[in-house]
Design a protein around this ligand. Structure first.
Ligand SMILES: Cn1ncc2ncnc(NCCc3cnc(NC(=O)Nc4cccc(C(F)(F)F)c4)s3)c21
Length: 273
């Protein structure tokens, strides 16, 4: 049989280590696969919670899509297994942890660090779009940092049909482009918008349309009420790039391959990513 027989994993194949984080559906642990001594992250999800939120199909789609993705800036999902009560995701371990914690610690990033991250995310998204996968949930909470400081997109929602459920599930509107908050059909350019939001947040420490009330955030998004604070000082070139990404008309947004040629990226991004 030519297909590589998918090994059936179980919990006894792993030594479980320290907790790495906790999500809405379960916790993530450092783990070591006993035979190979390979270090992984093991996300433990409770079946009852998945059933209550009716997201089992979304999880299956994530596993399916992720099994075809191979990119240095996308966190690998090696496989999964389950027992009576839980589903386990076997994930690549990102040794430097969660990006949002790093952003909170630094308050905001230098232009070089921000540009390096944005360029590596653009390359990962070009790869995904080439495989007709739209991410739609690009935000600091879904980004991890590898052992060499490289960014890894990690997310459970690679699929393209569940933003309604996921939106109510996740809560934040901050990263949604106009066409999504207005619930019209959308395409890969939604990721360009979210990358623009992320670039702004890397440089200023807050997303551009943040407001106390959902209704205010909603209005600022659909009006593209983009303002650049006087502090911290940010180059005109960076503002130019952000302004070309946060455009209401999705077809007018700067294409990702053009982003990689933008002067701010060329002059500031570290080519190694
Ligand atoms: C914190 N941390 N520090 C280091 C480190 N290294 C690796 N990983 C970490 N954390 C885990 C990151 C994730 C990657 N892929 C995920 N996938 C997921 O969580 N899928 C998922 C969950 C619940 C419900 C659904 C469903 F059904 F709605 F689709 C889907 S979580 C790490």
């Amino acid at each position: 049989v030519s297909a590589v027989a998918q090994k059936r994993w179980n919990l006894n194949d792993f030594d479980i280590g320290k907790p790495l984080g906790r999500g809405k559906f379960g916790h993530v642990y450092l783990a070591r696969e006993k035979r190979s001594n390979h270090i992984v992250a093991l996300k433990v999800l409770f079946k009852t919670q998945l059933q209550q939120s009716q997201v089992e199909h979304q999880l299956r789609r994530e596993v399916e899509i992720q099994s075809h993705l191979r990119n240095p800036n996308i966190l690998r999902l090696y496989g999964y297994f389950y027992d009576q009560k839980r589903v386990y995701l076997i994930l690549e371990y990102a040794a430097r942890g969660e990006l949002y914690k790093e952003l909170q610690k630094c308050k905001y990033f230098s232009e070089r660090r921000a540009a390096t991250y944005v360029a590596s995310l653009a390359r990962a998204l070009i790869y995904c779009h080439g495989k007709h996968v739209i991410h739609r949930d690009i935000k600091p909470e879904n980004l991890l940092i590898g052992a060499q400081g490289e960014l890894k997109i990690a997310d459970f929602g690679w699929s393209v049909h569940t933003f309604n459920r996921r939106r109510t599930m996740c809560g934040t509107l901050d990263y949604l482009p106009p066409e999504m908050v207005e619930s019209v059909e959308h395409d890969a350019s939604v990721d360009i918008w979210s990358l623009g939001i992320l670039c702004y947040e890397f440089l200023y420490g807050v997303p551009p349309f943040e407001a106390m009330e959902h209704s205010d955030t909603y209005r600022r998004i659909v009006q593209v009420d983009l303002k650049f604070p006087p502090k911290p000082i940010v180059s005109a070139s960076a503002k130019d790039l952000i302004s070309q990404m946060l455009v209401k008309e999705s077809a007018q947004r700067l294409p990702l391959h053009k982003l990689l040629e933008h002067p701010w990226i060329v002059q500031n991004a570290d080519p190694s990513g």
